[in-house]
Design a binder for this molecule. Sequence first.
Ligand code: SF4
Ligand code: SF4
Length: 98
Amino acid sequence: MPQKLWRKPLDAEKIKLPKPEIHIISDLCKGCGFCIEFCPKRVLEKSDKLNKRGAFPPEVVDESECALCSFCTAICPEFAIFTIEKKDKEDNQDGEKE
Ligand code: SF4
Ligand code: SF4
């Protein structure tokens, strides 16, 4: 996008983006690769570690890039992946977030 068309929201400094935490239950994974293929942020890739099912589960490339969209959770046929919002100590103290 050309620089002159880009504008910054007035409250950009006040807004804190949620920090993602991705959990993969490796031994439930059957290695279908759906979560890797359909993650809109390309956060996951196939690992080279074999699990108990004889599959290669995904691993996280860059957790901070996760958009917390939960699409991987929705699409996983084995309920082997989910994401949560990472809580800061700071957030709990000032009461902005639970
Ligand atoms: S929550 Fe969304 S962005 Fe994050 S890993 Fe899952 S599909 Fe990718
Ligand atoms: S969608 Fe689920 S079963 Fe398929 S590779 Fe990802 S974690 Fe494994």
